[in-house]
Design a protein around this ligand. Structure first.
Ligand SMILES: NC(=O)c1ccc[n+]([C@@H]2O[C@H](COP(=O)([O-])OP(=O)(O)OC[C@H]3O[C@@H](n4cnc5c(N)ncnc54)[C@H](OP(=O)(O)O)[C@@H]3O)[C@@H](O)[C@H]2O)c1
Length: 257
């Protein structure tokens, strides 16, 4: 099969959480460019509208849905809106995530809760809703969870984030073995440092920082450097025998110095 056919997502409906910036924005553009209809989900709907305009200008189709993944009552209606416009969501990119820096000794309970509500509960309940609807419609599907290198290693002041991302790696495996019988594949991407809103200020004001020295390639990534991995996992033609995998895309950070 030629590459264009292998990664053709025509007929697929993709819902991307946290589509309003950073990786989610880029993931949405890539999936739309390969033929998927896009359901753009986040809290900042004005940003989603700007993304929708870009996608449509390039000939794609998209709708915007307001979704705070930490609020379980909003998840069902987001999938209802997707189904009303495009039909069953067949690709879920579980991308919404936050980080809060605290030393473990003094992490406030509300900070811990916020990180878990989005990065753990939000990912779980969105995956569950997507899978329930795929099963009800008897559709194959691909769920792609966005983990992190900090699902495999740790860093000072980022305990809650690292714990939540390790849980996402384990969740990916746990879901994959149960959902295989329903033709739903569940995989994850564990990015290293990618320049986005979450970290731009830090990297732009500290070009020669200690983190860069821990990355074998001695640089952070551009969001576009995840495009190939995302398409691989999204396309049932390209990765039909892959499920339960977490792909580290980190410039050689995890196993480096
Ligand atoms: N950038 C990196 O270096 C890096 C590395 C490893 C992993 N990651 C992971 O990649 C994912 C995307 O991060 P990013 O770098 O693109 O960060 P970002 O630019 O800050 O984007 C985060 C996105 O998540 C959304 N979000 C936050 N809380 C939400 C909630 N409660 N409900 C719905 N959406 C919510 C935000 O949208 P709204 O504010 O509009 O809701 C935003 O679109 C995260 O899971 C992050 O942990 C990033």
């Amino acid at each position: 099969m030629k590459a264009a056919e292998l990664f053709d997502l025509t007929g697929e409906v993709a819902l991307v959480t946290g589509a309003s910036s950073g990786l989610g924005w880029n993931f949405s553009r890539v999936l739309a460019a390969h033929g998927a209809k896009l359901v753009l989900a986040a809290r900042r709907v004005d940003k989603l509208e700007a993304l929708k305009t870009e996608i449509e200008a390039d000939g794609g189709s998209a709708i915007c849905v307001a979704l705070d993944v930490a609020d379980k009552t909003q998840i069902g209606p987001a999938f209802d809106a997707a189904e009303a416009e495009f039909g069953t969501v067949t690709i879920l990119v579980n991308n919404a995530g936050i980080a809060e820096e605290n030393w473990a000794l003094t992490t406030p309970e509300d900070s811990w809760r916020r990180v878990m509500d989005v990065n753990l509960d939000g990912v779980w309940f969105t995956a569950q809703a997507a899978a329930q609807r795929m099963v009800a419609a008897d559709k194959h599907g691909s769920i792609i969870n966005i983990a992190s290198v900090l699902g495999f290693r740790v860093a000072p002041t980022l305990s809650s984030y690292a714990v939540s991302k390790a849980a996402v790696v384990q969740m990916t495996q746990a879901l994959s073995i149960e959902l295989a019988r329903n033709n739903i594949r569940v995989n994850a991407i564990a990015p290293g440092y990618v320049l986005t809103e979450i970290n731009r200020e830090f990297f732009e004001s500290n070009a020669d920082n200690e983190i860069i020295k821990t990355i074998a390639q001695r640089r952070v990534a551009d969001p576009s450097e995840l495009d190939g991995t995302l398409l691989l996992l999204a396309s049932n033609k390209a990765s039909s025998f892959m499920t339960g995998s977490t792909l580290l895309i980190d410039g050689g950070q995890t196993f480096g110095i």
